[in-house]
Design a protein around this ligand. Sequence first.
Ligand SMILES: NC(=O)C1=CN([C@@H]2O[C@H](COP(=O)(O)OP(=O)(O)OC[C@H]3O[C@@H](n4cnc5c(N)ncnc54)[C@H](O)[C@@H]3O)[C@@H](O)[C@H]2O)C=CC1
Ligand SMILES: CCC(=O)/C=C/C=C\C[C@@H](O)/C=C/C=C/C=C\[C@@H](O)CCCC(=O)O
Length: 338
Amino acid sequence: MTRFKVRGIVKFFQSDNRNGEDSKTPESSPDDQTNNKSVLKKVIEDLSRPSKPENSSFFGCRRYMDLAGKVAVITGGTKGIGLAVAKDLIQNGTSRVIISGRDIQEGGKALKILTDMCSDKDDGYQKAIYVPTDVASEGGLKELFDYTATNMGGLDILVNSAAILNESSMWRRMVDINVKALILSTQLGIDLMQTCKRPGGVIVNLSAIYAIKPLPQLPIFSGTKAAVRSATLGFSKMKYPNLRIVTACMGPTNTSMLLNLSPNDIGEWTKDEQEDLLDILKAKQNVDYAGRCITLMMQFADNGSTYLIFNNSLHRTKNKDDTMFRKKMIQKFTKFED
Ligand SMILES: NC(=O)C1=CN([C@@H]2O[C@H](COP(=O)(O)OP(=O)(O)OC[C@H]3O[C@@H](n4cnc5c(N)ncnc54)[C@H](O)[C@@H]3O)[C@@H](O)[C@H]2O)C=CC1
Ligand SMILES: CCC(=O)/C=C/C=C\C[C@@H](O)/C=C/C=C/C=C\[C@@H](O)CCCC(=O)O
């Protein structure tokens, strides 16, 4: 059990990241394992500072957004991390949670889970709503935001979780869904949050740890997630009044794609690459923990901040402006001298 306490909110998480993954790991020497682990450890140390779950504040942030009366839209909310966020929002008093996703059967199942959760404290209106949407379709995305504007009168929370992982000839679709759709959704979210009766809100865009340290096995996926991170930071620089736009870099999380992954899926890579990947995957985390962290980000995170949710712990990156070419950043590069 992991105890997670923030400003009086106490939640308990069952950590399941040790569930049998060792049995899937191919043999490697203890030295190799130590080396891989130390590389990974260094990446995390370099880019983040450890969370302090028992702290009475969230990384010293003073802001707190009350979820009561809020309307949330979650793209890719019918499964995995998106659904975990939806559950967490319902549990913590969000008034309306709209989940969207392509697959109607999946949407129906997710809606039942959410509806069952809120039936005993229903205030006479439907808290969870499923809107079938293919985010790859511009028209479909616009309909989702039009629906929200018309039926909810505005939007306070947007989580862009919809994505796919496919490095095959389908990679163009991956770019369409992971990058183009997320950018359009962010723009539509900003527009609605700006123009509704209660202007402002928070947008959380889901990136990946591979945006920071690309995986050789997933170059295109890593690239899409780097684009998400950078575009999100760029949007945050526009400093829309009362609007926060933040990035969650996800580490491997127990969702369907990862649960079904076996070492055979790892393909023809070098031994070092395979072990590096397996080391990362061994750190897979509880999906509900990921959902909880994303809600906390919504409530507390500063505009433009990036958080890493990795191995059942939450980290905030040191630099808000880490993609900007500042003097200090330039010093990290070797200058060309002829
Ligand atoms: N699970 C993990 O280990 C990691 C996840 N992430 C990111 O976290 C986010 C959530 O991932 P998971 O929950 O693991 O994935 P998942 O596959 O469990 O769920 C993805 C959701 O996106 C939806 N979706 C996919 N294509 C869509 C489309 N064209 N239109 C509408 N909805 C669509 C699916 O229906 C599903 O509800 C993604 O952005 C993913 O890239 C990043 C790194 C690691
Ligand atoms: C929304 C889907 C998504 O982004 C899910 C991400 C889940 C996990 C990413 C990461 O933690 C692990 C990936 C490991 C991949 C390992 C092997 C590859 O061979 C899989 C290739 C899958 C593909 O091409 O579709």
